[in-house]
Ligand binder design. Structure first.
Ligand code: 5AD
Ligand code: SF4
Length: 446
């Protein structure tokens, strides 16, 4: 009989990549992915960066409980960042007895073994011990897209921004050995990949502590810019993206590689978080309003057609009207092609959770609405600039909304919808951008 699985993934690209590994393991064990949660194995790969991410997981578990009533043999597993938090693991242990398997990001490499224990009849398997090694890189992978792939270049984060839980759940920063990364990309290219996204919480500090065969060595041997150059020299690879860049570590050398290497996509995700130098200091971000604006100007001068996107938090403790105006000012000056805006979420265990002057929800809401409106206006203006131009696009999928249309991604990360046959999926084609529709284009293949 067909054995099936389903994975729900919350959070960032790193989690998406981890889920591809979970799929890889399950496919090797003979399971087939289905689009519904009435599967034999259902996994939730969690995110914990904001409180509402956790709430969604518990909501989801409520639904799964009902499904399991009809199918008692079903295996429910939870993994990811939230399972690196001991309180949450305890809560699952006590209040969600129908969950069979729990493991964190550090021990995803043990997934085959842990699942086997459940399959052998153990009712509940919890394994969230902190054991860092590079075994996860050896897991089989089932890619969502055949023609593009994420590639982890480093794990963890040492920046300890005061609002952020990531350094606590993802552990200390460690970079993968460059040869291993290049080998992985060469293999991906051989199997049909034309675009890679290099992944890390702060790719600009790549190379500081390199991990080889599970051993971590201090001392920089290679910078991110050098790694990017090496990646560009891989034959058959057409495009390289990377995520995320911390403004404090973005080097001139990197700007030079973006400007000079045609394979590097002209998109930079450069989280601002706040435009107020006072708050940036409280956030432990190590840059100021002025230095951030200077950096954006320098990048735009070196790479005029680059799109710069960002993350902004509204309502960090102590945020005054003046601080918020600074954020609006940077938004206006930086002219983001797109921005993710977040309401500050108090994460227990982070320093900011104990900061005084938490901002009231009403004030946050009105600031948030103003910011979002402005961000969308600027994004729409920015999109208009390229109307009429010809650009290359990687065709990623059929369009969900327009029959006979395909969805392509431009080098600058914007999306274009073009009429065309689905045999073009995975191909890089030239398109003309005919019409701007807010944050995407309608165009045609030329
Ligand atoms: N509250 C709100 N947003 C947060 N982020 C990280 N931690 C928090 C928090 N406690 C946002 C940051 C980060 C993005 C991935 O999530 O903007 O860049
Ligand atoms: Fe969190 Fe800051 Fe690390 Fe990003 S750089 S993951 S915001 S601590």
């Amino acid at each position: 009989m067909l054995k099936t699985y389903h994975i729900t993934t919350f959070g960032c690209q790193m989690n998406a990549r981890d889920s591809e590994k979970l799929s890889g393991v399950l496919e090797e064990m003979g399971y087939e992915e289905i689009d519904s949660e009435s599967a034999d194995i259902v996994l939730i790969n969690t995110c914990t960066v904001r409180e509402n991410a956790n709430e969604r997981v518990y909501g989801h578990l409520g639904q799964l409980k009902n499904i399991k009533k009809k199918n008692p043999g079903m295996i429910i597993g939870i993994c990811g960042c939230m399972m690196q938090e001991l309180d949450e693991v305890e809560k699952i242990k006590k209040s969600y007895p129908f969950v069979n398997l729990v493991f964190g990001t550090h021990n995803i490499w043990k997934f085959p073994k842990l699942l086997q224990q459940v399959l052998n009849g153990q009712k509940r398997v919890f394994d969230t011990v902190e054991e860092i090694n590079d075994e996860a890189d050896k897991l089989p992978v089932k890619r969502v897209y055949q023609f593009k792939s994420g590639v982890n270049i480093m794990y963890g984060c040492d920046n300890f921004c005061t609002y952020c839980i990531v350094p606590y759940v993802r552990g200390r920063e460690r970079s993968r050995n460059p040869e291993e990364i290049l080998d992985e990309i060469r293999r991906l290219v051989k199997s049909g990949v034309v675009e890679v996204m290099l992944l890390g919480q702060n790719v600009n500090s790549y190379g500081k502590r390199v991990m080889k065969d599970g051993v971590i060595t201090d001392g920089s041997t290679i910078t991110f810019a050098q790694l990017l150059r090496e990646v560009c020299s891989i034959d058959g690879l057409e495009r390289v993206r990377f995520m995320t860049s911390h403004p404090k570590d973005l080097s001139d050398e990197l700007i030079d590689v973006i400007a000079s290497k045609p394979k590097v996509c002209h998109h930079l995700h450069l989280p601002l978080q706040s435009g107020s130098s006072k708050l940036l200091k409280k956030m432990n971000r190590h840059y100021t309003k002025e230095s951030y604006i200077e950096l954006v100007e320098k990048i735009r001068k070196a790479v005029p057609d680059i799109s710069i996107t960002t993350d902004i938090i509204v309502g960090f403790p102590g945020e005054t009207d003046e601080d918020f105006e600074d954020t609006m000012d940077v938004v206006n000056k930086a002219g983001y092609e797109s921005a993710f805006t977040f309401i500050y979420s108090k994460r227990t265990g982070t320093p900011a959770a104990d900061f005084p002057d938490q901002v009231s929800p009403e004030v946050i809401k009105s600031r948030f609405d103003r910011l979002l409106t402005r961000v969308q206006e600027i994004a729409a203006e920015k999109t208009l600039i390229h109307v009429g131009k010809e650009m290359s696009a990687l065709i990623e999928d059929t369009d969900d909304h327009l029959d006979g249309y395909l969805t392509g991604r431009l080098s600058n990360n914007m999306v274009v919808h073009v009429p065309g046959d689905k045999c073009l999926i995975g191909k890089i084609v030239n398109v003309r951008l005919n019409e701007a529709k807010g944050f995407y284009y309608l165009g045609e293949i030329i």
